[in-house]
Write a protein that binds this ligand. Structure first.
Ligand code: NAI
Ligand code: 15L
Length: 264
């Protein structure tokens, strides 16, 4: 790949990609509205507000792939989500459509399906059940991805990421954790694949207690290497047992499902 664009490059996953994907494309084009480290070898740093359509059109020129991480990554006021996640993602898809139709990795979230119960195993055919306005914006992103594939042949992997952190930070993450190493290897698999169409996947490591199946995506040849099991004893020692009547425990989205409406 000649040039891979990463939006949200100043954020947690953006930094993981910047490091982990070095050498996977001739040039990494790194973009964010927040400050980023200066460009190193084989890097371009292009500040951009995703809500600015003309700027996003320029940003998406001459790229062979896009990892779209940019946006608000937690529950927030609707007007803020509107700019960054709704308008921003629309602008990105319009940029891609008008600039050679590069494949896109859309960073969706488990909060697009967070009102499913933990006792339900999900796959790509499971219905969206957002647990927050943030989750609603991820459902919208997945719908845009589906539409842009069916109508314009822009391919996307919509990745419903669980919890991508160095290690699981609570009991829920024993199920939802995705290691940074597995995240990076999946990014490589997504852009190495001959075709993806619009593929909905779950961003999760090989955790014993996971709630999600990626069997339908075996054709990518991606296998997670890590599991949360090695952290189980430490996590269980550090956190109280869960209350099965707690909404945050009943539903996959955890606190996002249990919390009230953000603006109330
Ligand atoms: P983050 O909050 O650390 O990074 C998001 C980046 O997007 C920030 O650097 C921010 O400045 C940038 N951004 C926000 N509004 C923007 C705008 N209008 N224009 C340009 N850039 C803007 O989030 P993180 O953890 O790196 O997540 C990346 C993506 O993955 C997000 O879309 C998030 O929703 C998604 N995700 C992450 C999960 C995780 O476990 N880290 C889990 C599920 C989804
Ligand atoms: C997300 O969508 C967030 O971006 C991340 O910060 C975590 O809260 C994650 O979900 C999670 O559910 O653990």
């Amino acid at each position: 790949m000649k040039r891979l664009l990463i939006t949200g490059a100043a954020g947690n996953l953006g930094k993981i990609c910047r490091e982990g994907l070095k050498g996977h494309a001739d040039i990494l084009r790194l973009s964010d509205i927040s400050p980023m480290d200066p460009a190193g070898p084989n890097e371009e740093v292009v500040p951009c507000d995703l809500a600015d359509r003309a700027a996003v059109h320029e940003l998406t020129k001459d790229v062979d792939g896009i990892i779209h991480l940019g946006g608000i990554s937690v529950e927030a006021a609707f007007d803020d989500l509107l700019q960054a996640n709704l308008l921003g993602t629309y602008n990105l898809y319009e940029g891609a459509r008008n600039n050679g139709k590069p494949r896109i990795l859309f960073a969706s979230s488990n909060h697009a399906i967070g009102f499913h119960k933990r006792t339900t195993k999900l796959d790509d055919t499971s219905t969206q059940r957002p647990d927050s306005l943030y989750g609603v914006t991820k459902c919208y992103g997945e719908a845009l991805a589906s539409y842009y594939y069916d109508k314009f042949d822009v391919e996307t992997v919509s990745l419903r990421i669980g919890s991508c952190f160095e290690k699981p930070l609570n009991r829920r993450m024993l199920s939802t954790w995705m290691s940074p190493r597995d995240f990076v290897s999946l990014m490589k698999a997504v852009f190495d694949a001959p075709m993806t169409g619009h593929l909905v996947m779950y961003g999760v490591s090989d955790n014993t207690s996971k709630w999600w199946s990626n069997d339908h995506a075996d054709f990518l040849g991606w296998k997670p290497q890590d599991s949360s099991e090695k952290y189980r004893a430490d996590v269980e020692a550090a956190f109280e047992p869960e209350d099965r009547h707690d909404k945050a425990v009943i539903y996959q989205g955890g606190p996002f499902a249990a919390n009230g409406h953000f603006e109330d």
